[in-house]
Design a protein around this ligand. Structure first.
Ligand SMILES: [Zn+2]
Length: 183
């Protein structure tokens, strides 16, 4: 394994650790079914959710200081499912990277930042598509990424990737090609 990849692995939490963190949070928020209520998750963390018009080229959501705490500020004019993923991503930063609040402005410039972005994305997937709920839904509904995306209120791309990661993708050929930095 190239040194760089090895270091990346070391810097990142394991999937299991991320899943446990997300499950703990879902439990605290009383979010036991899909679609996961991000309002409940946000209030369990004492965060605020603020809608703001963001500049067209800035990112969908960001963590911003508000009073004594933080708010997830989210663009009011984005697609709903994308917004949900962006909010969940910011919640990931808040939970996983305290004291490193970034405002998603400066772009990703080094390996440590890239690792944090990957972690926040993986956390968002665990939060919006908890493994046990996805498995249950697949039992009931089949592994149809489109239908499951509706059920969990996530993008089809996010659900396709999730099904693949969980080894639940039925018809690989119909799913989207592997994406790099998801969604
Ligand atoms: Zn981020």
């Amino acid at each position: 394994m190239p040194v760089r990849e090895f270091l990346e692995t070391m810097a990142s939490r394991t999937r299991d650790a991320l899943r446990r963190e997300a499950e703990r949070l879902l439990q605290a928020a009383g979010a036991t079914h899909e679609p996961v209520s991000l309002r409940d998750v946000v209030s369990a963390l004492n965060l605020s959710l603020v809608e703001a018009e963001r500049e067209p080229f800035s990112c969908e959501a960001a963590l911003a200081p508000l009073g004594d705490g933080f708010a997830v500020s989210v663009r009011s004019n984005g697609g709903e499912r994308r917004r949900r993923f962006s909010i969940a991503h910011e919640i990931g930063h808040f939970v996983l990277h305290p004291g490193q609040a970034r405002y998603e402005r400066g772009g990703v410039v080094n390996e440590a930042m890239r690792a944090r972005e990957r972690e926040a994305n993986a956390f968002a997937a665990e939060l919006l598509m908890p493994e046990h709920l996805v498995r249950q839904a697949v039992l009931e509904d089949g592994a149809d990424a489109r239908r499951l995306a509706d059920r969990f209120e996530v993008s089809v791309a996010a659900m396709s990737l999730r099904l693949r990661r969980l080894g639940l993708a039925e018809r690989q050929s119909e799913l989207l090609p592997p994406s790099r930095q998801v969604l």
